[in-house]
Design a protein around this ligand. Structure first.
Ligand SMILES: Cc1cc2nc3c(=O)[nH]c(=O)nc-3n(C[C@H](O)[C@H](O)[C@H](O)COP(=O)(O)OP(=O)(O)OC[C@H]3O[C@@H](n4cnc5c(N)ncnc54)[C@H](O)[C@@H]3O)c2cc1C
Length: 153
């Protein structure tokens, strides 16, 4: 499997919204002659899967994998993790609101900085970058506080 996975757009009318070829992305996650797949179900406005049983979820995912990848093998095992509302959805004007929030925080909560998926990107690299930026801002704030204290003394 020469890929790390694929996304399924809404207009495809499928149940799965994405599939990670986990053992192609991270080789250590399966023996050489086996394949580990991770399918995602549910997207903004499509939350009916919350009421489905584990068996239904597996059956729906296997149906899509059969049609999309021609994969009909019986899985050796399946594992389901239910994570409702786990993917931030940015509304229109999100960036303007974030800018305003940050300005208010500078005035009302100096020294407190924000980072995370709900702000500027859900990918892990986005979150790491935001964490690093926030860390630098904290360091700068502390430096300014120390300089201020020294100046007063
Ligand atoms: C199913 C799924 C699959 C994903 N796959 C990928 C992928 O393959 N590649 C990729 O780049 N991204 C992926 N993402 C996105 C990425 O994992 C997340 O966007 C990212 O981990 C979010 O990081 P975060 O630091 O903002 O939040 P989190 O990782 O959720 O960290 C928040 C932390 O705060 C803690 N916390 C919450 N409330 C409190 C509190 N009151 N007091 C103290 N601690 C608290 C939580 O326990 C948690 O440890 C995926 C997301 C999901 C849901």
């Amino acid at each position: 499997m020469d890929a790390s996975g694929f996304l399924v757009p809404r207009n495809e009318g499928r149940t799965i919204t994405a599939c990670t070829l986990t053992s192609a992305k991270w080789l250590h996650t399966a023996p050489e002659d086996k394949v580990l797949l991770r399918c995602y179900i549910g997207r903004s406005g499509e939350q009916e899967w919350l009421g489905w049983s584990d068996e239904q979820l597996v059956q729906k995912a296997r149906h899509d994998l059969g049609e999309l990848l021609g994969l009909h093998a019986e899985p050796l095992f399946t594992e389901i993790t239910r994570m409702p509302k786990s993917m931030p959805q940015y509304p229109v004007h999100h960036l303007e609101k974030l800018k305003l929030l940050r300005m208010q925080m500078t005035e009302q909560l100096p020294g407190v900085y924000l980072a995370g998926a709900g702000l500027l990107g859900v990918g892990i690299p986005d979150c790491i970058k935001q964490g690093q930026d926030a860390g630098e801002q904290v360091a700068q704030h502390v430096k300014e506080q120390i300089l201020q204290a020294v100046t007063v003394v």
